[in-house]
Ligand binder design. Structure first.
Ligand SMILES: Cc1cc2nc3c(=O)[nH]c(=O)nc-3n(C[C@H](O)[C@H](O)[C@H](O)COP(=O)(O)OP(=O)(O)OC[C@H]3O[C@@H](n4cnc5c(N)ncnc54)[C@H](O)[C@@H]3O)c2cc1C
Length: 386
């Protein structure tokens, strides 16, 4: 890219930060944030330049996501879902997709989807289901072939940005297959796609991660990659968009904790207390360490996507960022005292938002197990992760 994306992201993030409290309180979709992101051309961040986008690498995405996460975590998470869809489409090499058997028509529809993002369309991800979480191999949402394309029926949950996206990346299974055959479809919003407002959660409240009910028919070009059954394989060989892209958002959230913490401590005159300073010193070091792990993972993804060592760093990044955000938010809140727990205080919101990092897939426990298996010389992918 794109020397220009970081300053643009920083400037939008400043405005997002000023609105974060109000969106958290109302739980509304952060429309003004997305107006700004759209105006700054950031919905085209991952879109190749030949299609009107900024052509960012994964490493550049991570830098932008840290900035946005520091501004407003919930907005950065919705943006992350959009970047996952556009980034995975833009970065999967043509040769690889061809080797999987994708028809020529796929490239045309892929370019159409990406060009629309550069023009301001927003995409969301509808993978998780109640009782299943994000385990792709267990999704119950069904698809069947029809004369014109595919019929998709089922229900999703935790769909960030639901009701405000132009299309949803939906994971669905072919129930007639013996092995789990799970495919991705890009399903346009509209008839047959209904949002049920169910999101009233502890943190990341402005993501509006509501339930989505699907009973709709889509054309053949909605099948992502042009081939059926690719979802599980992609999750294993290129885990970055499923595992590590959130990590950068939570590094941003952790950075915001440090900034708002320092401000509060100085305002209250607590910043000279040795115990308080020690908490801030530890928090500062932990955030810097997590940021470095995320940056190293992102650099490796950009240079050697899907490589064994790259994937190891990807899992490390998610674990480091998820745990660091939650632990730093908890410690800094304690240093700041009870007045920072009042509704409306930034540290109160950040404490709740930061708690979500370890819960998003792959959860911290799953990351630790994957990394532990690798550390003792076992194959971490032997146990099914998805
Ligand atoms: C703020 C927020 C936004 C989200 N946005 C989206 C979105 O836009 N789209 C979307 O599809 N989903 C989204 N999700 C959902 C998310 O992707 C997960 O699917 C969901 O958080 C998992 O659900 P769960 O925690 O109920 O269940 P589970 O994943 O089942 O986790 C429950 C417990 O089981 C453990 N566990 C899970 N899998 C394994 C395993 N393989 N091996 C060992 N232990 C395991 C976990 O560590 C955890 O302790 C969002 C979630 C949050 C919190």
């Amino acid at each position: 890219m794109t020397v220009s994306a970081i300053p643009r992201a920083r400037s939008v993030a400043e405005r997002m930060s000023a609105r974060a409290q109000a969106y958290d309180a109302s739980g509304e979709f952060p429309s003004a944030d997305f107006d700004d992101l759209r105006d700054a051309g950031l919905l085209g961040l991952m879109v190749p330049r030949r299609l009107g986008g900024l052509g960012a690498s994964f490493a550049e995405y991570a830098d932008v996501a840290v900035e946005l996460g520091a501004g407003a975590g919930a907005t950065a998470l919705i943006f992350n879902m959009h970047a996952s869809v556009t980034g995975a489409l833009a970065h999967t090499p043509d040769d690889l997709v061809r080797a999987f058997g994708a028809p020529d028509s796929f490239f045309e529809s892929r370019d159409r989807v990406l060009r629309a993002a550069a023009d301001g369309s927003l995409y969301a991800v509808a993978m998780s289901e109640r009782g299943v979480g994000s385990r792709l191999s267990k999704v119950a949402t069904a698809y069947e072939r029809t004369a014109a394309g595919f019929r998709i029926t089922g229900s999703k949950t935790f769909v960030s940005g639901a009701g405000h996206a132009d299309a949803y990346l939906v994971a669905a299974r072919d129930h007639t297959a013996d092995e789990p055959r799970v495919s991705y479809f890009l399903v346009p919003a509209g008839d047959g796609v209904r949002v049920e407002p169910t999101w009233d959660a502890l943190g990341m409240r402005a993501t509006g991660s509501h339930d989505l009910h699907l009973d709709t028919e889509v054309g053949r070009d909605a099948l992502v990659g042009g081939i059926e059954g690719a979802a599980l394989l992609l999750a294993q060989v290129m885990p970055q968009w499923l595992v590590a892209s959130y990590a950068a958002v939570y590094v941003g959230v952790a950075r915001a904790v440090l900034d708002h913490g320092a401000k509060h401590l100085r305002e209250r005159g607590l910043h000279t207390l040795p115990a308080v300073r020690a908490r801030m010193g530890r928090a500062d070091t932990r955030v810097a360490a997590a940021a470095l792990v995320v940056a190293e993972a992102a650099r490796r993804v950009a240079e050697d996507p899907g490589g064994q060592e790259t994937n190891r760093w990807v899992w490390r990044a998610k674990l480091a960022a998820g745990d660091t955000a939650a632990e730093v938010a908890s410690s800094v809140l304690e240093a700041a005292g009870a007045s920072a727990t009042r509704r409306g205080h930034p540290l109160e919101r950040l404490y709740r938002d930061a708690r979500c990092g370890a819960l998003q897939p792959a959860t911290s426990d799953v990351c630790a197990d994957w990394l532990g298996a690798r550390a003792v010389g076992d194959d971490p992918d032997e146990a099914p992760r998805w």
